[in-house]
Design a binder for this molecule. Structure first.
Ligand code: NAD
Length: 295
């Protein structure tokens, strides 16, 4: 079997085009575009690139964005105060705090300061809890992007064995919850899992997000499985690869995402979707409360 390679760039482009249309229709109807505020502390080079990409993606679909950069020496209280100001600002629909934060910061306190209604990264405890009960306001962008790719390819997960390799708060755990919500039977593997292959070989849908090149080899994959490689690893020769041995896995799987060009383009795209969703909700709520106030 040779896997169909899922073109994440193509899917992302289609979703972004839809965002652009929705932004235009909001501007026409309510006179303003959605707004996203990105808060960054320090000058981590990778974070700088991620923030730049997010700002550029916003610009491309017509979302207004604001970048608030603090030096690494800033106090946590000042960052929390700034977030409170953004929460109160009616033209800010989404607030994102770029991680990592300085080690001395309490991530829980900073992320908890974001109004759950503007938490477009989906990391606020309210949204995490919403995922558990299957009713989240903002699904976290990377697993949300994976679900979008599966949906786009017409891959039904209900009743399937899904295995998620990686159990982080931002990828693995929410991924598992989303697959479970769609009625897959889900196993979660992590660094302490003994004999990873005994799980992966049973997977009809295998999502890998561990951050280790060549963690998943062809013989570890069930013939015909759908394999989504979330991992991003830079090799010593500068090449970007995922967590799967692409050649080996592509001979076993029915579908496979490449790295780069698979899940990566979907992550920023789903941030745009969450921001547009937030603006649509806020603007229609404001409009209906004006109507009821005038009656
Ligand atoms: P993380 O380091 O927070 O978590 C990694 C998880 O993988 C942990 O649960 C760990 O227990 C597990 N793990 C590590 N080694 C393992 C092994 N040998 N076997 C099984 N499980 C193992 O990382 P993260 O933030 O979840 O990211 C995971 C990967 O996904 C990274 O490569 C990251 O760069 C990538 N990523 C990609 C996107 C994207 O948009 N494509 C977004 C976020 C993260």
């Amino acid at each position: 079997m040779t896997a169909k390679i899922i073109d994440g760039k193509n899917v992302a482009q289609a979703v972004r085009l839809d965002c652009k249309r929705r932004v235009e229709s909001l501007e026409k109807r309510y006179g303003r575009a959605p707004g996203l505020a990105v808060v960054m502390v320090g000058d981590n080079p990778a974070s700088t690139v991620y923030v730049r990409n997010k700002i550029r993606a916003c610009h491309d679909v017509g979302i207004r964005s604001e970048r608030i950069m603090f030096p690494a020496t800033v106090g946590e209280d000042e960052v929390v105060r700034t977030i409170a100001g953004l929460c109160a600002n009616p033209v800010v629909d989404g607030i994102l705090v770029q991680l990592p934060l300085p080690k001395s910061f309490s991530i829980e306190r900073v992320l908890g300061a974001i109004d759950a209604e503007k938490d477009v990264d989906g990391f606020h405890l309210y949204n995490v809890g919403g995922l558990v009960v299957g009713n989240t306001v903002f699904p976290p962008c990377t697993p949300y992007g994976v679900m979008k790719l599966l949906e786009h390819e017409g891959i039904e997960v209900a009743g399937k064995n899904a295995v998620v390799v990686g159990a982080s708060n931002i990828v693995g755990k929410p991924m598992a919850l989303m697959l479970m919500q769609r009625e897959a039977t889900v196993s979660i593997c992590h660094a302490r899992t003994t004999d990873l292959a005994q799980y992966t070989i049973l997977a009809d849908v295998l999502v890998v997000a561990a951050g280790h090149p060549n963690l998943i080899l062809g013989p570890m994959v069930k013939s015909g499985a759908v394999v989504i490689d979330v991992g991003i690893n830079r090799l010593a020769n500068g090449k970007l690869v995922g967590d799967c041995d692409f050649e080996g896995v592509s001979k076993r799987a029915s579908f496979l995402t490449p790295v780069p060009g698979g899940v990566g383009p979907m992550t920023v795209t789903m941030l745009l979707v969450n921001t547009v969703n937030s603006a649509e909700r806020a603007l229609s709520r404001a409009a209906s409360s004006m109507v009821s106030a005038s009656v």
